[in-house]
Design a protein around this ligand. Structure first.
Ligand code: NAD
Length: 326
């Protein structure tokens, strides 16, 4: 592909930082945008712009005017400790709708070539995810709508906005529904980390401190699928360049229980731990990605096994834990 101009919102976050590196390695020019400086790495963007996307629509439109591709990843998000917490749900809903409406409007005003919106498996109805072994979620099952969090409702609303901009001829859009993306450079402490990072951190702390107990929220039999960042990037890229304008799952279709994930991390870390099940926000009981549609339209499926991805992620988080001394 010849050199293009790309803009990445949320470039200071986990997926955004990896995406900027990926796009630069492919020879593209990249404008990176975030409300804060990058968290864990320096970002090799052509321009790194600190900007609050809840406002500044005109400035954003000017900044991204004429770019070929906008990857819209900025969001107020976190693990279940944030998106499943009533103390945060109003902020999450307000911030994300404001950010999304502004980025879509600015992209239309700036006549960008195409925008990809990062939606989430959280859009799927709670009633389809009540069992450990609930069947994998197919894209059409998002309706009748009943997401279990306000975060999911906000994502679903923006999916609909994308469809409106697209069908009204205002902006070409693509929509990825991510299922638990994990890997190095993701938030690993502070309350916004997601399950794989939290478990890797707890394991690294246990190893360092010679502890043999790990706290796990709920009974640990809740199931999820986890997709490694490199697979996420290849899926995203395939979707962005495809002609497919409807929402598409980007995730792994191998579900594991949280207890299984903990044991896997323990094996990677080489420690023996007891699982102490404590009360905590656990979300839906069983969630998995049905990948038939993305295999059909993108010929894409994840290639990195959970064992391989966790090994790399654990190493990175253990390094962070040791370096932080906390
Ligand atoms: P992240 O939290 O690491 O990155 C999001 C970035 O958005 C952060 O750097 C944050 O500073 C930035 N941001 C927040 N508010 C902003 C504002 N007002 N203005 C500008 N920037 C702002 O999250 P991530 O894991 O990289 O996720 C990227 C996208 O993918 C998000 O939209 C998220 O909802 C979606 N998603 C991620 C997952 C996952 O497993 N990581 C799953 C489903 C959906």
């Amino acid at each position: 592909m010849s050199q293009q101009l790309h803009a990445v919102t949320g470039a200071g976050g986990f997926i955004g930082a990896h995406l900027v590196t990926h796009l630069k390695a492919k020879g593209h020019k990249v404008i990176a945008i975030d409300i804060k400086a990058p968290q864990f790495s320096t970002i090799d963007a052509d321009l790194y712009k600190v900007m609050d996307l809840r406002t500044n629509v005109a400035a954003l439109a000017k900044l991204i005017e004429g770019v070929d591709r906008v990857w819209h990843l900025a969001a107020n998000m976190g693990g279940m400790g944030v998106i499943g917490n009533p103390d945060y749900d109003l902020d999450v809903m307000q911030d994300n709708l404001r950010i999304d409406m502004n980025v879509l409007e600015a992209s239309m005003m700036g006549k960008v070539g195409r925008l990809l919106f990062s939606s989430s498996a959280c859009v799927y109805p709670e009633s389809r995810q009540l069992m450990d072994r609930s069947e994998a979620l197919h894209e059409v099952e998002a309706y009748p709508a009943e997401p279990d969090t306000e975060y999911g409702w906000a994502k679903l609303t923006t999916e609909r906005l994308c469809a409106l901009y697209s069908t009204r001829g205002k902006l070409e859009t693509r929509v990825a529904r991510f299922h638990n993306i994990y890997g190095p450079l993701g938030t690993w402490q502070g309350g916004r980390e997601k399950a794989p990072a939290a478990i890797c951190r707890k394991m690294a702390e246990a190893r360092r401190d010679g502890e043999d107990v790990i706290d796990v929220w709920g009974d640990g039999e809740q199931r999820r699928s986890f997709c490694y960042i490199d697979d996420c990037l290849s899926g995203l890229e395939a979707l962005m360049e495809s002609s497919y304008a409807l929402p598409l799952n980007i995730g792994s279709d191998r579900s594991v229980s949280i207890n299984e994930l903990v044991r896997l991390v323990a094996a990677v870390a080489g420690v023996e731990v007891r699982l102490n099940h404590v009360v905590g926000p656990v979300g839906v009981r069983g969630r998995n990605s049905d990948n038939r549609k993305c295999l059909e339209v993108l010929e894409w499926s994840p290639q990195v096994t959970l064992e391989e991805g966790i090994a790399v992620t654990y190493d990175w988080i253990e390094g962070q834990v040791c370096a932080s001394g906390s």
